[in-house]
Design a binder for this molecule. Sequence first.
Ligand code: NI
Length: 171
Amino acid sequence: MSLLSLRIAPDPCLSITSRPVEEVDHNIQKLLDDMLETMYENNGCGLAANQVGILKRLVVIDISDDSTSSNPIKLINPEILWVSERKASISEGCLSVPDQYAEISRPAEAHIRYLDEYGCSQEIKGDGLLAACIQHEIDHLNGTLFIDHLSALKRNLILRKVQKQLKNRAL
Ligand code: NI
């Protein structure tokens, strides 16, 4: 496995709609494993392929908070089948918007269909953190960041902080 380099906002890859995967092959399986390794290395709970510069509809998620066990979910071409009318607000962050968090209101439950790493169709129904995470990651595949759900004022403030941080890191 290998670590992939993360794209940080406002990298253009983060605002492009990714294309569906046509064939689930060894390259896709390896990419999903590399994405998982990259996510764990950076202490994230979700990662979409465009966050490492690859414009394919691939997502990895692991919301287990216990660092001794893992429960990875690999999603290929995930589609939302249903979301609840009831909303929930969760404090979200993103590896492409480092160290910034904001409360985002989304449907509290989500039901999705996807292909697993063997190309088989699967479904997941989630609520709580899992529902928020799934929706956050599918947003990435459509070129949307969690900060795009905020007012322009709050969004720009966060983007400025990220840029400042990157500049300090580069010095
Ligand atoms: Ni994210």
